[in-house]
Write a protein that binds this ligand. Structure first.
Ligand SMILES: [Fe+2]
Length: 511
């Protein structure tokens, strides 16, 4: 009986968490689930009173367990941990299954000779595979994501990923650009090569070449097969104005943002990937997920401005992130020039004070933000933003810090906002709050109907992404719905549209 009651208790104790994401996925889901969740318990009670069938009793318990697992999966989806539980946990589940199989095999005297032989064969095969693929790392070499071309200052940083450990380079017009550090090739599944901007803009083609390095042991590295892939690159086309699409906060989900970002079709000039594409930076697959998102949208042909979200500022592999992400001198703040537009890309890091529990012992973000404010002061004082060839100035930052300076970065953030004001920023493109809202300068708006945010800046701040096609404030539970921001700059106008995964314009603004 307890097993049939667990899903009811579990579901209703999470009601406050579930209600809105379920409601905005489909309005009838919370009610439907509230009824369905009683099925195993009702089965149990009705069977006990009328039928007393032991199979039905076992079935009700099994359904109770299945419902509990499904509710757990819903919770994982809501916490953006679904992929973590399903993909990340897979090797551990496999190991547990192998151990169970071996124990069953050893202990069960009842098995006849033929069954024992089959089981012994299966277990031996698994162990051989574990040695070949795991210990000796002999694995098929293929590209498991498309390439992503990031723009940073006056260079392109091309990132790609392979199925197993590889070394490699990019070839443009017969010239090779290796992924190497101080003479050593980077043997990894994740790669980044920096190319001067004018070289790729002129040649418009690049080829990625990779070869497997199954063992990178001192004096005896083992090389396996070589693969390559050709890409055509489409430098920004100024003829019909500039078409930019901005996405953020997809938290591993890709379907919705990929569809929404296809709004401009082949006319897309630039993608802004504005952070929180993952939940943390601890494993290669998380970075691959981000490459996959960006690669699927751009096909490795359209340049990307990548900004770091607070979720890309947590995790055990954070120190390596500059090697995998668009970065400048081991930071994630930089400028990009695109025709008559100057972008200033900023990074609030993990948002929180270093003393906070989640960052204690491993964060130095207070200093990082102070150094960033100093860097921005340098940009302002250098006068580069006054260049007469610059017509538009756009700040890109995952966190819309002018909406809550005290919470988002404190004094360093205030300084940054003031330098941006002095540089006459047209607007700031941001995300983080999972909503699509244009905050006019010094305007106040409530995202949740309770707490109010005020834009302290004298430039508009735009929150540009949400996992929903219809409602622009509340998210759905899964990732197939998405609204992002289409930006078109032409003939002296900046047009901004929130467009959803169905290609519909939900809101239109002109600056
Ligand atoms: Fe965020």
């Amino acid at each position: 009986m307890v097993l049939t009651l667990v899903p009811i208790v579990f579901y209703f104790s999470l009601w406050n968490i579930f209600y809105y994401p379920l409601f905005y996925t489909k309005y009838y889901i919370p009610t439907l689930f509230s009824v369905v969740v009683f099925i195993p318990f009702l089965m149990f009670v009705i069977n006990r009173i009328f039928f007393k069938n032991s199979i039905v009793e076992i079935l009700s318990a099994v359904i109770g367990i299945i419902f509990t697992i499904l509710i757990f999966m819903l919770l994982a989806a809501y916490l953006s941990k679904l992929v973590y539980f399903t993909i990340e946990a897979f090797p551990y589940i496999l190991i547990i299954l192998i151990i169970i199989a071996i124990i069953v095999f050893i202990r069960r005297e009842a098995f006849d000779k033929r069954t024992k032989l089959i089981l012994a064969g299966v277990i031996s095969f698994v162990i051989i595979c574990a040695f070949v693929f795991g210990v000796f790392n002999f694995q098929p070499v293929f590209y498991d994501t498309k390439a992503a071309v990031y723009m940073v200052e006056d260079e392109y940083q091309i990132c790609w990923s392979t199925s197993t450990t590889t070394a490699g380079y990019i070839e443009i017009a017969g010239e090779q650009y290796y992924d190497s550090y101080a003479g050593a090739l980077n043997c990894s599944t994740l790669h980044k090569v920096t190319i001067p901007k004018e070289i790729l803009d002129t040649n418009k083609n690049y080829k990625i070449v990779s070869y497997g390095v199954s063992h990178n042991r001192a004096y005896y590295p083992i090389r396996t097969s070589t693969i390559s892939k050709d890409y055509t690159f489409r430098p920004i086309n100024y003829d019909d104005g500039i078409q930019i699409y901005n996405i953020s906060d997809n938290h591993l989900y890709r379907t919705g943002p990929q569809r929404a970002a296809s709004y401009f079709g082949d006319k897309l000039d630039l993608l802004i990937a504005n952070g929180d594409h993952v939940n943390d930076v601890s494993e290669d697959w998380q970075i691959k997920n981000m490459y996959r998102l960006v690669g699927n949208i751009t096909n490795g042909s359209v340049p990307v401005i990548l900004s770091r979200g607070n979720h890309e500022a947590a995790g055990s592999q954070l120190v390596e992130l500059p090697q995998w992400y668009a970065s400048r001198d081991n930071t994630f703040y930089y400028t990009v020039r695109v025709g008559d537009i100057a972008f200033i890309v900023l990074d609030m890091g993990n948002l929180e004070k270093d003393a906070r529990k989640t960052q204690k012992y491993v964060g130095d973000f207070n200093h990082y933000r102070e150094e960033e404010a100093e860097w921005l002061r340098g940009i302002y004082e250098s006068g580069v933003m006054n260049d007469p060839s610059i017509k538009y100035r756009i700040a890109v930052c995952h966190v819309a810090f002018p909406l809550n300076i005290k919470k988002y970065g404190g004094e360093a953030a205030r300084k940054m906002m003031e330098y941006l004001e002095l540089m006459n920023i047209d607007f700031m493109m941001a995300g983080h709050s999972h909503a699509t809202v244009v905050f006019e300068p010094h305007s106040t708006y409530s995202l949740d109907g309770k707490e109010k945010d005020t834009n302290e800046a004298d430039f508009p701040v735009i929150l540009g992404s949400i996992r929903n096609d219809e409602n622009m404030r509340y998210e759905t539970l899964f990732g197939y719905q998405f609204t992002g921001t289409a930006i078109e700059i032409k003939d002296g106008d900046i047009e901004l549209m929130f467009t959803n995964s169905l290609g519909e314009i939900k809101e239109y603004h002109k600056f």
